[in-house]
Design a protein around this ligand. Structure first.
Ligand code: C2E
Ligand code: CA
Ligand code: CA
Length: 266
């Protein structure tokens, strides 16, 4: 075995123990309302805290967990942690904003188990369905549109919103746009990388125009500069997410940010 394989083996071997010992942590990255520039939601992003100094981002372990089939377990772990946190906050009478959670493509192998388990967790923690959003990537939709639409149908019956993540990162066709049942479209950050060219601006303007006419909520992620943010606001994007506003942060830091926001609004 070469070094890389040994490293991968070590990561996979430590997965179960990491779940038991709660080494995985949920970070939150706020989403901003484009009109008021106040926090209107957040995306839950998983981190693996190896020790006090080392925190791994998903690119280090998610591809491996996907390959080994462990990622579905991690997703449910993340959902449960998010719901526990939401329940605690609502029990304490604290303000909640909708939390977006990522869905691995591996759930598509067993869509019934996925929806059943989510509904079970929602009941267990008495979560209001309008307080959560699930993000499903464009590429997952491209691979299995029927399965995705079935999942969306079940979620919609219960009032849960679905966002199309990484929109425009793959080879989605315009034709596909007319069939999508998604409530929100999250424009991939590739669109906003580097400076926006005139043509890039035209593509975004027309895309927003189409999405607005279809009553989809428009979110842009990877917003890093004021110039880009101003353009997106002017063109009618609904929500902004990116380092210009906030980096992903741990629960404690997110709580502090939310408290400050609540004070500001009073
Ligand atoms: P994603 O769903 O596209 O999440 C957004 C990623 O963009 C996050 O990376 C976030 O930190 C990063 N980001 C946010 N704002 C900016 C910005 O202004 N500039 C730049 N350059 N990057 C920005 P992160 O946290 O490393 O997550 C990477 C990916 O890992 C996520 O991409 C998602 O696909 C996956 N992931 C994260 N958490 C989970 C999870 O709980 N379950 C599953 N299945 N996948 C997850
Ligand atoms: Ca996402
Ligand atoms: Ca994304």
């Amino acid at each position: 075995m070469d070094e890389e394989e040994q490293r991968e083996g070590k990561i996979l071997n430590s997965f179960r123990k990491a779940i038991e010992q709660e080494e995985f942590q949920v970070y939150f990255q706020p989403k901003m309302d484009a009109k008021t520039l106040s926090i209107c939601g957040a995306e839950a992003l998983v981190r693996w805290k190896k020790d006090e100094e080392t925190v791994w981002t998903p690119n280090v372990f998610i591809p491996l967990l996907e390959k080994a089939g462990f990622i579905t377990e991690l997703d449910f772990y993340v959902y449960e942690k998010v719901f526990q946190w939401m329940k605690k906050r609502s029990d304490q009478g604290e303000k909640l904003v909708p939390i977006s959670m990522n869905v691995s493509r591996l759930h598509l192998k067993n869509p019934e188990k996925f929806t059943e388990k989510v509904f079970h967790l929602l009941m267990k923690y008495r979560i209001h369905t309008d307080d959560i959003i699930f993000e499903i990537t464009e590429s997952m939709y491209m691979e299995q549109p029927e399965v995705i639409n079935e999942i969306i149908g079940k979620f919609h019956e219960r009032g849960i919103r679905i966002s199309m993540d990484d929109f425009g990162s793959g080879y989605s066709s315009l034709n596909m746009l007319k069939d999508i049942l998604f409530d929100e479209v999250k424009i991939d950050r590739q669109f906003l990388e580097h400076e926006l060219s005139e043509r890039g601006k035209i593509v975004l303007q027309e895309l927003f125009h189409m999405l607005r006419r279809m009553q989809k909520s428009i979110v842009c992620e990877g917003v890093e500069t004021k110039e880009i943010s101003d353009f997106l606001v002017q063109e009618g994007c609904d929500e902004l997410q990116g380092f210009l506003y906030y980096q992903p942060m741990d629960e404690q830091a997110f709580q502090a940010v939310m408290a400050k926001e609540t004070k500001k609004q009073k």
